[in-house]
Design a protein around this ligand. Structure first.
Ligand SMILES: [Zn+2]
Length: 371
């Protein structure tokens, strides 16, 4: 007689605060673990559902120890970092002395001149674009800036410089109204260049993830309120993931994250078009980003990150349903000779970037089948 299998009882936990529903399914897995003399051990897995998008993340707290061992910086890390910085600084196109000699220039039609200069920030077209309007901007005037040392001023220059670009592109072609500001920091986050830089893109349609956020937010207004402001209130009341807020923005650890150590920043002011930000509002956003990166370094040992800022369309006001918001996720530590291939587009916008076309792949692979 086969042993009767006892079903793993589904355990659903729901916390509802106002109209926000935090839902998780908890299941347990059993294994005979070699770490515990092959005794039968149980591990809990949580499937956490995002209250807005309904996507699920899987969390197993036990994995945190394993992740820590693999990601906490050690002596090798410092050594690797120093040699990577040194080697990459010898011929860096993004360093102030080279940026105007070696980087691409904007076409005249945008009326921006060759490049945008805003303090220490220099913005120019990406050399290999994946958006019709895709620009790269250097952060600060140092070849290398550690994650904890990005000052609010560095980010303010970057945000103000980006706004100039967004406005110019939109003025040239009104249909190109969906911007975003993104950051791959160090090679584990898919950045092939050590010199810190942001990537801004602007298209005729929002990225997949931004479209989901805006669409779901719009649906949520059937409740008679704004999801993002409700979320802040709900997280404050539960007080398990809420970090801090001021009049301009709030920070929480994401309930159902897309990546490791994920923080969500929510801009509270009723402006979904970043191009109408005042100088002071850009400064507030910059301060928030600078603090969050530092906190991830100090609190979580983070050394590499991806960030995306989700922004509403230019010249439209969606503040009844949407708020400008951003996500920062941490990535593994730097290793010699390794660059990740999952960057902000794949991880935080749900849009994979491919290099070779399927047609080219067929050419080179077909002949090798059935050999
Ligand atoms: Zn450089």
């Amino acid at each position: 007689m086969p042993e009767k299998v006892k079903k793993n009882e589904e355990n659903i936990e729901v916390k509802e605060v106002g109209k926000i529903k935090f839902e998780k399914i908890i299941r347990s897995a059993k294994i005979h673990s070699p770490l515990d003399s092959y005794k039968l051990v149980e591990q809990k897995i949580e499937f956490r559902k995002d209250p807005l998008t309904n996507h699920y993340s899987r969390i197993n707290k036990l994995r945190a120890d394993r992740v820590k061992q693999a990601t906490m910086p050690n002596e090798n890390y410092e050594q690797n970092l120093q040699s990577v910085i040194e080697n990459s600084s010898k011929k860096c196109f993004f360093c102030p002395e080279n940026v105007e000699k070696s980087t691409p220039r904007f076409p005249k039609e945008l009326g921006l001149g060759d490049r945008i200069k805003q303090g220490t920030f220099t913005l120019f077209p990406n050399l290999f674009v994946f958006s019709q309007y895709h620009a790269v901007g250097t952060l600060g005037d140092q070849h290398f800036t550690p994650l904890q040392d990005f000052s609010p001023e560095i980010w303010q220059d970057a945000i103000e410089g980006s706004i100039k670009y967004f406005k110019a592109v939109n003025k040239f072609d009104e249909s190109v109204k969906y911007p975003s500001i993104n950051f791959n920091y160090l090679p584990p986050s898919a950045s092939s260049i050590i010199h810190p830089h942001i990537q801004i893109i602007q298209d005729v349609k929002p990225t997949k993830y931004c479209e989901i956020l805006m669409g779901r937010s719009k649906q949520y207004t059937k409740n008679g309120s704004n999801y993002w402001l409700d979320l802040i209130e709900a997280e404050k009341e539960i007080n398990e993931r809420f970090i801090t807020e001021n009049n301009f923005m709030a920070w929480i650890a994401t309930y159902s994250p897309l990546g490791k150590n994920e923080l969500t920043g929510i801009v509270k002011i009723p402006k979904t078009d970043i191009t109408v930000f005042t100088k002071e509002e850009s400064a507030e956003l910059a301060r928030g980003i600078s603090q969050a990166l530092k906190a991830l370094y100090i609190g979580r040992g983070a050394t590499s990150v991806n960030m995306a800022i989700y922004i509403g369309p230019i010249n439209e006001d969606h503040s009844d349903s949407f708020q400008i918001n951003l996500k920062i996720v941490t990535r593994p530590n730097l290793m010699p000779n390794y660059t990740g291939d999952i960057g902000f587009m794949e991880l935080l916008h749900f849009e994979p970037i491919a290099a070779a076309t399927p047609e080219d792949i067929v050419e080179s692979v077909r002949g090798s089948f059935n050999r």
